[in-house]
Design a protein around this ligand. Structure first.
Ligand SMILES: C[S@@+](CC[C@H](N)C(=O)[O-])C[C@H]1O[C@@H](n2cnc3c(N)ncnc32)[C@H](O)[C@@H]1O
Length: 438
């Protein structure tokens, strides 16, 4: 059967219509005519695969990665970059219209990523055995099918070099992939890099790593911080296990960011695109009205990067973050940079914000939640609070739209700025500025 692709879906798939129901077709682009196979119904929609592209879009390009069809993580790589930007703005506009009745014209131009390849500062890759060798790869989207990936053009090139070196060393020492029954072996490889240095975390079973293996890994010039994380939970959502073992080098990875001296532990969050993160925080700071704020609260603060960018505008900034390591990093960073008007609380954002808003006046709240968005407790606290201004940084248009729909009871949306942090993928970051209605 042949179908014409009408538009792009939220995950970068092409959408056609069959029997008045949408058909999601991975890899197809708007305006293309495709012959489909494996049509499967899921109640209100269908999914199908491309058998053949009968008429190609003019915007289709050859993907920059030879493994794109195999790992399928970069669902927009076959679309010219300029058109990716347009598609992302359109997806954000459609989603905010659908959930929050926000007119598409209210959305500003998307801020492009100057480096749409080699931008990712961290990899978290599962490990498996292939032809008797430990190798890294990806679980294909929505499945537990493992595909080894020889090279990734999204990663910072140093990640790729170190990934290959680490795998070579692990294989030299006869290390095998994780075995659920024995609770032993290597599960995942995490590499984070800033400015030519890497922090490596080996996620494993209950294995005790030999001193020879650790010494070989620390001999790699770029590895300056080495950790092991024990994770024996069968269907673990978090890649890291609860137990972290420091193996050598420095405990924290140190780097410069936006003129500030930073340090980070493996479990602490940091935006995956370092250069664009700076653009994002500068843009968020530029939305401040110019007046001096009494108290700014940054909820979901990670290692407190946004607080650093805002601290000069306020008497005090309070960050709230649930990961203890990140809070520890945030405090250390503030003192490394001699900033004494920021402090951080470890806890749940909704609970701590409820407490803080009862205790004193909050002039501006910055929220940068995970993909799940703000929970009902958080929305409830905001609606009942007297907070005048909110900057909401989102990485998920759907949860953003649902949250804005509720927040619009008390807040007016002033500005919406999309920004591309994750080129080649369908992920969209956006900054929304809200002001309390009179
Ligand atoms: C998208 S990251 C943003 C971090 C930081 N704003 C930045 O840009 O680096 C979300 C952060 O929220 C934290 N987090 C997740 N759920 C939380 C909760 N219920 N309360 C407080 N922090 C939470 C995560 O650990 C993570 O650091």
């Amino acid at each position: 059967m042949r179908l014409k692709i009408e538009k792009m879906g939220i995950n970068g798939e092409g959408i056609a219509y069959y029997q008045k129901k949408p058909v999601f077709i991975e890899g197809a682009l708007p305006q293309e005519l495709v012959e489909i196979k494996d049509l499967q119904g899921y109640g209100t929609y269908y999914k199908a695969r491309i058998e053949k592209i009968v008429k190609e879009s003019r915007d289709r390009i050859r993907p920059a990665c030879a493994f794109a069809h195999r790992c399928r993580a970069c669902s927009m790589m076959h679309l010219a970059y300029e058109k990716q930007l347009k598609a992302k703005r359109d997806i954000l506009a459609q989603t905010l219209m659908k959930y929050a009745k926000i007119e598409p014209s209210r959305i500003e131009e998307i801020i492009a990523n100057e480096q749409p390849l080699h931008y990712r500062n961290q990899c978290k890759l599962p490990l498996q055995m292939e032809q008797g060798k430990l190798c890294s790869g990806m679980y294909l989207p929505g499945s537990n099918y493992f595909a080894s990936v020889k090279n990734c053009v999204i990663h910072d090139p140093l990640i790729e070099t170190v990934r290959k070196e680490v795998l070579h060393i692990l294989n030299k020492h006869g290390i095998k992939a994780y075995d659920y029954h024995k609770k032993s072996g290597m599960r995942s490889l995490i590499i984070r890099t800033f400015q030519g240095k890497c922090q490596v975390t080996l996620v494993s079973g209950e294995d005790v790593l030999t001193q020879e293996l650790i010494a070989d890994l620390l001999d790699c010039e770029a590895i300056v911080s080495l950790w092991q994380s024990i994770n024996t939970v069968k269907k673990s959502v978090d890649v890291f296990g609860k137990k972290m073992i420091f193996l050598g080098g420095a405990k924290q990875l140190r780097f410069l960011f936006g003129g500030y001296r930073m340090q980070i532990n493996p479990r602490s969050f940091f935006q995956l695109n370092t250069k664009q993160a700076e653009v994002l925080y500068q843009k968020a700071a530029s939305l401040l009205t110019g007046k001096r704020y009494g108290t700014i609260v940054e909820a979901y603060s990670g290692i407190g990067a946004i607080s650093l960018f805002l601290h000069e505008h306020a008497d005090q900034v309070i960050g709230i973050e649930s990961i203890a390591d990140a809070v520890q990093n945030a405090h250390a960073i503030a003192s490394l940079n001699h900033i004494d008007n920021v402090k951080f609380v470890c806890g749940d954002a909704a609970e701590e914000l409820t407490y803080l808003s009862k205790k004193g006046k909050i002039d501006l709240l910055v929220v940068d939640p995970p993909r799940s968005g703000l929970d009902y407790a958080m929305i409830g606290t905001l609606l009942q609070s007297k907070i005048q201004e909110i900057i909401y940084i989102s990485c998920n248009p759907a949860t953003l739209g649902k949250n804005l729909d509720l927040l619009q009871q008390r807040y007016e949306v002033k500005t919406i700025i999309p920004i591309d942090l994750f080129s080649q993928t369908a992920a969209i970051e956006a900054i929304v500025h809200l002001k309390r209605k009179r």
